[in-house]
Design a protein around this ligand. Sequence first.
Ligand code: PLP
Length: 381
Amino acid sequence: MRVANYLFSNYARKPFELVSGEGTTLTDDSGKSYLDFTSGIGVVNLGYNQPQLNQILLEQSQKIWHTPNLYENHLQEEVAQKLTKDLDYLSFFCNSGAEANEAAIKLARKATGKTQIISCINSFHGRTYGSMSATGQESIHEGFEPLVPGFDYVPFNDSKALKEKISTQTAAVMIELIQGEGGVIVAEKSWLEEVVDLCQENQALLIVDEVQTGIGRTGSLFAFEQFAIEPDIFTLAKGLGNGFPVGAMLGKKQLNESFGPGSHGSTFGGNKLGMAAASKVLDLIEEVLPTVSEKSELLIAGLQTIDSEKIIEIRGLGLMIGIELKEEYSAAAVLTELEDKGVLALRAGKNTLRLLPPLTISKEEIQVGVKKIKEVLETSE
Ligand code: PLP
């Protein structure tokens, strides 16, 4: 069935359905296969039909699917321990990136007793009221006003603007380290240093949204490890369950007092199936992490051989890569041509092709993908 008669039209869907996946390959309902450079928008970092993840979900599903957060949950403790490593954080589990950011915003306000949250223009933090209010894109706010009060926006990578906006009334500064939906824009280290200093001077918390950059996407478990900063709060989702819906908000231990019993919660948050999946993801990702930078270099080097006047810039970190195209060449049209050739990729920002392959992609698959992207960018109008 090609026409969605029973659904809201809030998604512009392609007229085919992906019905199975294996590693980096997806198959649609007509039997056509695709090399996947989307990971389901940064989710399936360990690839499709991962046998150990299938097995752990099967095992957990035969024990118990769900228990309320009224009882101990050793799987939540296990995932939290694997996430925090040697760092000084506590975890709260939820079901999506937007929910993780809601929790971060609530915790920041409660802990500081202040209300102003500063985020960046072109950021993306989610679609719920709090996370949408943090999202610095008018097109996403349109028709949904009034937003949650207290949000202000500054340009990304602009210390002067932040200096003008931040004050001792600021509860938190909320940033992505690579603006994903905003066009794969990487934060500058010097800007981040100033962000950290300004937060400290104003007793504001630093919230880092790692929903897209986290769980190995950039080559380290969390992107902030590579930027040499330590956020007060950070959020995860997407890759944490490899496709099973799991989100997490992690905050420094001293914030615990502000998130005492009854302060926040979620019926499904930390669900046994989600936690079983996340725990296994965190084991498996350890083997994959050391391979990401080499694959990234191979992918970037391949893309740099593309001889096309359409390209403005190739940028990114790890396996989160953007190819910005000149305005007169439509990224959407390039994506359709790629799709015809059996490669799925994404669009971000105004006119950027976004590549987010599973981190388990092979070098051969990278070469095949690069060849097809090259064909499309070098030959199409
Ligand atoms: N934050 C970032 C950086 C994202 O990229 C996204 C989704 O693309 C979200 C938050 C929202 O996550 P979710 O769609 O799981 O609510």
